[in-house]
Design a protein around this ligand. Structure first.
Ligand code: CTP
Length: 398
């Protein structure tokens, strides 16, 4: 899959460096040649010997070693690769990159390279959430730097949250995507994702359990194929992917306005779980118990159907409009009817009966409904569904 590709792999100083050893093995199994660079801090976590043994080549460690090879050794090293990968990419490395520092071999290579750069960030959750890291990430993304992860979960420091380095398999997939064809470059795609929150009063709202996982994976897969993605998201529990323009909204009405503002687009994917109803008489102040024991009466108004509104536009309709349908019975019949009713081109239908374990799970089993019929996809991870859908969208827009 990566035969003949040359990866310059920078190993930063973090406990996740042990996973980078596994990444080297997988890269070589996939046919890539790995040139490793170990930072000073990286040496505290993995040894030069284990890195060079796995890479099958010498490990570069010092800026000034290279001057013996040639006057401009680091320039050559930074250019003689198809892709530069930093894993783990620490908060410090990201800060230096964002600021354009070049005070050691790794940062000099990152500043001197003319090749795409992929980072696999890994750090403590507070460091990841810190405004400085957010700023640096935004700057790096704007500079065209690609990222994979971090994942959420328990970390070596004992805290829980986003900050764990992506698993080697995910980094390998991101490397393949970064080096692969980018059939969606120059295309703009709108993706809606996550739940909506509909206020009852200033402190309470009606919501649903959507995590935003499938929409996030779709946005990431489209971006990996080179699309410019506008990601309109309700308050999801999964963080938005890197490399997309994020527009945060709360209510269905705000989501409609943001979706329309994102047009024109070549394609639009509506993965959000939009509340069908909003509270028409939402209170401007916190609703108090009045002592009568009677609950407050809420009036509901129907929310706009964002998918239908965009799919049925006369002017400026995206060439391809994709909706979702969560069904518990007669999946194909219901989803086919929904496709016609809403006026979209495709419906991605999923069977959300509790026994499938799909709701809130990592896997999905979908049926793609198009003008030419229903196509059942095998059960697979939500990331794999997203990649397959992105490939289909790329083929449809080609
Ligand atoms: N959708 C939307 N705006 C809404 C409601 C839904 O954009 N106000 C989109 C969703 O993002 C999804 C599709 O429409 O792409 C789902 O349609 P919906 O009719 O809500 O289907 P279900 O959620 O499956 O509900 P039902 O079967 O009750 O119609």
């Amino acid at each position: 899959m990566l035969a003949g590709k040359r990866i310059l792999l920078i190993i930063g100083g973090g406990i996740a460096a042990y996973k980078t050893l596994e990444l080297i093995r997988r890269l070589r199994d996939a046919g890539a040649a790995v040139t490793p660079v170990l930072t000073r801090a990286g040496e505290e976590f993995v040894t030069p010997l284990s890195v060079s043994a796995l890479a099958g080549t010498a490990v570069h460690r010092d800026l000034f070693d290279l001057t013996q090879e040639a006057e401009i050794g680091h320039i050559q090293l930074s250019r003689a690769a198809d892709l530069v990968v930093a894993a783990p990419a620490t908060a410090d490395l990201m800060a230096k990159m964002a600021g354009g520092h070049a005070d050691d071999l790794a940062t000099t290579l990152l500043l001197a390279t003319d090749k795409p750069v992929l980072l696999a960030p890994a750090m403590n959750v507070r460091m990841w959430d810190h405004p400085a890291t957010r700023r640096n990430l935004a700057q790096l993304t704007a500079d065209g730097v690609l990222t994979v992860g971090p994942d959420e979960g328990p970390m070596a420091c004992g805290e829980v949250g986003p900050g764990r380095m992506a698993e080697p398999a995910a980094i390998l997939a991101a490397i393949a995507a970064a080096l692969g064809p980018r059939p969606l470059s120059g295309r703009r795609v709108l993706v809606t994702s996550g739940p909506t929150h509909e206020p009852i009063d200033p402190v309470r709202y009606i919501a649903n359990r959507s995590s935003g996982a499938q929409g996030t994976a779709i946005a990431a897969a489209l971006a990996a194929l080179g699309a410019e993605v506008v990601f309109v998201t309700g308050p999801a529990s999964v963080p938005p992917p890197a490399g997309v323009t994020v527009v945060r909204v709360e209510t269905a009405c705000e989501m409609l306005a943001a979706a329309e503002a994102a047009l024109p687009a070549d394609a639009a994917v509506f993965a959000a779980a939009v509340a069908d109803w909003r509270v028409a008489n939402a209170a401007g102040r916190k609703i108090k118990k009045d002592g009568s024991g009677r609950p407050p009466a809420l009036d509901f108004a129907e929310n706009p159907d964002i998918l239908a509104a965009v799919a049925q536009r006369r002017a400026g309709r995206p060439r391809l409009v994709v909706g979702f349908a969560a069904e518990t019975d007669d999946v194909v019949a219901h989803a086919t009817a929904k496709r016609a009713r809403k006026g979209c081109d495709w419906i991605v239908a999923n069977d959300v009966r509790p026994e499938t374990g799909i709701m809130g799970g990592a896997e999905n089993a979908v049926t793609l409904i198009t003008a030419s019929g229903a196509e059942a996809w095998p059960r697979m991870g939500k990331d794999a569904v997203a990649r397959r859908l992105a490939d289909r969208i790329a083929a449809a827009l080609a």
